[in-house]
Design a protein around this ligand. Structure first.
Ligand SMILES: CC(C)(COP(=O)(O)OP(=O)(O)OC[C@H]1O[C@@H](n2cnc3c(N)ncnc32)[C@H](O)[C@@H]1OP(=O)(O)O)[C@@H](O)C(=O)NCCC(=O)NCCS
Length: 145
């Protein structure tokens, strides 16, 4: 049994603990607790956590939009709870609230070597783009910003 509710700032330590164990998730300076809190404040109500029956965070999907496109980051489910539809539910909840805000296209990034992650996205309605490469401009000193 699990429940899904909007992610709040108090969930950040649990989310980080979940993400830290997963090779498919690359954590960076943008994932520091203050930076994540800023993300949630800028994007209220569009990120979700899944909780088990004792209230532990077992799944997370971080989502937001810039007024034009939606973005999903760090969708993750604890290993013991995978393949039960939880990842799909988290993505659907994010997509539904983004749609209510008028956002009908969501972009996300998958590490090129994350074959399982890519298989998941293909099953939940994602369409892999081969016609685009990501370009980053880094304005600070940290190449891993
Ligand atoms: C990717 C992840 C979130 C999937 O979570 P999940 O709860 O197991 O996913 P679901 O049970 O909702 O699966 C949804 C669909 O994806 C498929 N799927 C899930 N994991 C899969 C895998 N490893 N390989 C192939 N298909 C997979 C399921 O079979 C299901 O398909 P179906 O509904 O057509 O039967 C989870 O494996 C995870 O946390 N991975 C590590 C973090 C990560 O890589 N996240 C993606 C970052 S881009």
């Amino acid at each position: 049994m699990f429940t899904i509710r909007p992610m709040v700032e108090e969930d950040i330590p649990s989310a980080l603990a979940l993400w830290q164990e997963l090779p498919g998730i690359g954590l960076r300076e943008a994932d520091s607790p203050p930076a994540l809190a800023r993300y949630l404040r800028r994007n209220p109500g569009t990120s979700f956590v899944a909780l088990n029956e004792v209230g532990e965070v077992i799944g997370v999907s971080l989502a937001g939009h810039d007024g034009r496109r939606g973005y999903l980051h760090h969708v993750a489910v604890a290993e013991a709870f995978r393949k039960q539809g939880l990842g799909r539910l988290l993505v659907e909840r994010c997509a539904a609230v983004l749609k209510l805000e008028g956002i009908e296209k969501i972009n996300l990034w998958v590490k090129a070597d994350n074959a399982a992650g890519l298989a998941f996205w293909n099953r939940v309605g994602g369409r892999e783009r081969r016609d685009i490469v990501t370009v980053s401009i880094i304005t600070g000193d940290n190449p891993n910003a």
